[in-house]
Structures are given as C-alpha cells and as structure tokens.
Write a new protein. Sequence first.
Length: 208
Amino acid sequence: MESRQYFDTVAPQWDNLREGFFSEAVRERAFDAAGTVAGNLAADIGAGSGFVTEGLLKRGLRVIAVDRSEAMLEEMRRKFGEGGAVEYRIGEAESLPVAGGSADYVFANMYLHHVESPPAAIREMTRILKPGGKLIITDLDRHDFDFLRTEHCDRWMGFDRPDVARWFAEAGLVDVKIDCVGENCCAASQSGCGKAAVSIFVASGMKI
Ligand SMILES: C[S@@+](CC[C@H](N)C(=O)[O-])C[C@H]1O[C@@H](n2cnc3c(N)ncnc32)[C@H](O)[C@@H]1O
C-alpha cells in the first residue's frame, strides 16, 4: 500500500494505534525543548489525528495543523471542532500552506521518516518560522526493522543524528541540539516479523 492510502485508511484508528507505539511523554519532551509560551502560534506538520495539536491546545497555544491526508484532518475536526484555536490545512511537505516567517514554533512528530526528502522538508518547515522561532522534530533513530517499511509504509529506516543536525544547520537553524526522548517507539509485526523497539530523538533548532 502507498503511504497516502495507508494514512487515509488508518485515520479512524490512528489514536489507538499511536497509543501502542509511543506515549504522551514524547510530545511533552518536544514542548519542553521548545519552551512553549501560551498564546503563541505553533504549526503541527504531519499532524495526523492531532496528537501534538492536542498537547499544544492544553498548553494554551494556537495551532495550524497541516497534513496531506484529508481523513486525518477530519479526525481532528471531529475532536477539536471548528472556529477554535486550531486551523486545519491540507498540504504537502514541499510546499506547506503557511506564510513564511509566521510561526513561533514548528513541530513534526513521526513525520520526517515519511517524507520524500528530509532535508527539503526541514528547509520548508524553517521557512514558515519567525526569526527566533524554533523547529522541534521528534522521530526515530536509525534501525533495521524492515517491516516498518512494508507494513507501516515508513519511507526511511530512521535517521543518524549527525545527518539531522547537519540538515538543521544547512536550513539556517542555530543552537541545534539532539537528545534522547527517553522512550522507544514499539510496534509488533502483523506478519510474524517480530517486534520493533526504536529509540526516539528530539531535535531542536532556532531560526535567526
Ligand atoms: C506517523 S503519522 C504521525 C501523525 C502525528 N504527527 C502523530 O504523532 O500522531 C505521519 C503523518 O504525516 C503525514 N504525511 C506523510 N507524508 C506527508 C507529506 N509528504 N506531506 C504532508 N503530510 C505527510 C501522514 O498523512 C500522517 O498523518
């Protein structure tokens, strides 16, 4: 199955699936790295059914949630409604539907390993940040669990942290830090290929 079709199909079950993969500690770690301030504007890229958005709303932020899957955005609308602190926008990694220099923070959780070009996606997320704004990416360290590609439509088998740090720097971000979130992303194969447990990193950088 192709990635777009996969996420359209799993959208109604994504919250349950996600709970089995990783906990809310992941988004809390991302928010701590950003030092979020209530009232500020965050973009949640590859927002899915709103895992990160939900946490941002609880912290009093306004959110632009972007995803290529209309089915995922529909799940968010059902949960968070219209006319509140979230704007839902359909969009692609290469050309995000967000004005340049407009966001205080950009978050992307478990999104980077699905995009075609991670460095280009990082450049595009940096474009929409205000000067002084922060990009925070939580994603998988490099692994060799091939069933995550064949069964979960992952495009990349995680990342080497030095590559991520270089892509941040090349996008013009400074004060780049990459740390362990302190928890694994866990998934069991549906076709008998065992169980994956992959460490999660949190990468942060500031636009100058
Ligand atoms: C693994 S899910 C993560 C969802 C959410 N961030 C979470 O933590 O639960 C990846 C999301 O990225 C979206 N996505 C994948 N590739 C994309 C692209 N090229 N442009 C925009 N969204 C994309 C998918 O539709 C999916 O909702």
